[in-house]
Design a protein around this ligand. Structure first.
Ligand code: CTP
Length: 420
């Protein structure tokens, strides 16, 4: 068999970890269906068996013959083909596989998976399986960003479906943005991660490390029933704590009042005010890395009223005198010998994002600032996604829009690499 595509660096590095494994590859309709051919080639090169199921729309973009030639296996498409059912029913197709991979996964097949529809062979196989499932979405940028698609993906993730996010770039529909199928080499890496996981030293590079994370808003009391707060949900900080714990770190999460649940496997210190947050952080030292994701209130009311402030007929509303809160990041970064080896801050800005992030990096003596634009139009504050740039003395690294969980995973990996 000849191959139409050259050998990539990732492929050269890959060892035959997938030998003897079997992938059931579901190819759904979309211009990216042609990349399934390259994925099949990479899998076969590692000795991984590949059986393909195509949707009817996929056949418009790539021929069954091409998939068959590369996979060296029969290609299935028809739910009611008597031959297919007698040779290998839809249940049998999933039984014979170690992993189901949907690449490309169209918005339509993701919606079917979410709803539990089974109106063709591809969706029926996905409903009938008890094997792990990996989806690699690819679609037009607006379809990808549509709340319906995002809600479907979030539900699929909760059900345990693994997702390899699309990348950002120029698309076949002449638009630019997220929605391009992940590179076949990256999908291959994700498959290896599921079917041939790396040894513990690679999976838990932060074992033996202590991480401190702040998250959520702070509440600054005015009187026993009123307080000053902000819109932070705590999602990003909590996701970072979970991602660091997943890499083996012992994590202390100092959280302001939030409605997101405590992450599993993390020690959580619940606080209300900025001063309590600072106390809890100082108590947690020494740590190897500290990530300050909390949206700490900059000011508090100078004199909190002991009793509820009452309205007085004919009397002017009260004026609140504010005083600055301590800067927790700056205090921990200035902790002398107790300073963590790596101090990571956030800069949530609505204007002059990069200039402000760079100034915070210097002013607060942080090693990295994760900069994000929280203008209302971005939907980031309180939303499920984030667009961040990592600002450090080495320069600025822009990351594409992705789920806050994915930002957290990547940041945790970066931290692990930096701590060595
Ligand atoms: N931060 C902190 N303690 C504070 C204020 C901020 O630890 N009292 C941390 C935040 O957790 C974040 C970084 O400092 O990691 C920047 O926070 P941000 O609110 O963006 O900046 P501020 O210092 O509050 O400056 P400004 O309000 O002028 O933007």
């Amino acid at each position: 068999m000849t191959s139409a595509v050259g050998t990539s660096a990732a492929e050269t590095l890959a060892t035959a970890t997938l030998a003897g494994k079997r992938v059931l590859l579901v190819v759904s309709g979309g211009i990216a269906a042609y990349k399934a051919l390259e994925l099949i080639r990479l899998l076969r090169k590692q000795g991984c068996g590949v059986t393909c199921v195509m949707t009817r729309h996929a056949e418009r973009f790539v021929t069954p013959l091409s998939l068959q030639a590369l996979s060296e296996s029969k290609v299935y498409a028809d739910l009611f083909s008597l031959t297919d059912e007698s040779e290998m029913g839809h249940i049998q197709l999933s039984r014979a596989a170690d992993l189901l991979v949907v690449a490309p996964a169209s918005a339509d097949i993701l919606a079917k998976m979410t709803a539990g529809l089974a109106d063709d062979l591809a969706s029926t196989v996905l409903l009938a399986t008890d094997k792990p499932v990996l989806v690699a979405p690819a679609m037009n940028v607006r379809m990808w960003l549509h709340p319906a698609t995002q809600a479907n993906l979030s539900l699929l993730r909760q059900r345990g479906v693994r997702v390899i996010d699309p990348t950002e770039g120029a698309m076949a529909c002449n638009e630019f943005g997220p929605g391009r199928l992940a590179e076949p080499a990256d999908i291959l890496t994700a498959i290896e991660g599921i079917l041939a996981p790396a040894p513990a030293s690679v999976r838990t590079p932060l074992a033996g490390r202590h991480a401190l994370v702040t998250s959520g808003p702070t509440h600054e009391p005015i009187d026993p029933v009123r307080y000053i707060a902000n819109r932070s949900s705590g999602r990003q900080g909590h996701a970072i704590a979970a991602a660091l714990a997943a890499l083996g770190a012992r994590v202390t999460l100092v959280s302001g009042p939030v409605s997101v649940p405590d992450p599993a496997g993390v020690t959580v210190r619940h606080v209300e005010t900025a001063r309590e947050m600072l106390d809890a952080c100082q108590t947690a030292l020494p740590v190897d890395v500290a990530v300050f994701a909390a949206a700490v209130a900059d000011w508090r009311v100078e004199q909190e009223s002991a009793g509820k402030i009452k309205k007085q007929p004919g009397v002017e509303p009260p004026s609140l005198r504010l005083v600055p809160n301590p800067d927790i990041l700056a205090a921990i970064a200035a902790a002398g010998p107790a300073r963590p080896a790596l101090v990571v801050g956030f800069a949530a800005e609505t204007d002059d994002l990069m200039a402000n992030a760079q100034s915070k990096l210097r002013r607060k003596n942080a090693d990295w600032i994760v900069a994000n634009d929280v203008s209302p139009a971005t939907g980031i504050m309180g939303g499920a996604q984030n667009v961040v740039s990592i600002v450090s003395a080495a320069g600025i690294e822009e990351w594409p829009r992705m789920d806050k969980d994915e930002v957290a995973r990547r940041l945790a990996q970066r931290i692990a690499a930096s701590l060595g």
